[in-house]
Design a protein. Sequence first.
Length: 232
Amino acid sequence: MKHNWKIGFVAGITLLLPLVLATTTLTTANAANKTTTSKTAKKAKAKAKPKAKKHYLIVMGHGAGDPGARGNGTTEATFLRKHMLPQLRKYAKKVKGSTITFYNPKKNLVSDTLYHHKGSYKLNKKTTVIMFHLDAPAGHGGHVIIHKKHPTKRDRRLAKVIKKYVGLNRAYNGFSYRTNLRNCNVLRHRGIDYSLVESGFITNKNDVKHLKKHMAKIAKADIEAITNEKIK
Ligand SMILES: [Zn+2]
């Protein structure tokens, strides 16, 4: 078909103009809608209760008159409090996604539980308990005492830390499922999640040497293993 372009142009502009205007109006309306939606979403987010952080209670074994195992001129209670506790505290402060507290180091969780019916009987059931100990009388390496037949992911991470810095006790290859520890059984029966870390033998010169030498790295790695959070 032959076409007069002048008439066509004018007609085209006349036809297009309302369309352009309509599109502009629509876009503005859409933008307004979007703003309202995101505002509503933000309000809902602010209203939703922040998820309670996971709580971990770290317990240094023995203390309060119970020295625990002896070796290399020290005791389990002293070594754990003097060398390990300050480092664990330091890295526990850097964790953002969980809350970590420490059982009063002047106290002894086991005797508090078994002789005073406090300790493990009084803990919140949602708390996860991580207990640190050192082994005796003779051997090398550490392991994690677990409360189910199979280790949890956290147990596996904790065992990796031992393996890296001290070595694993060959007798257990990382994990030992125990049901004859009375304090732990209180936790188990109350449905409280826990891991008991035997970091090495206090009677083994090499184990103690490695523990002392790498204590800062071990503590950092342990806190990361417990919380599954990378510390910068
Ligand atoms: Zn112990």
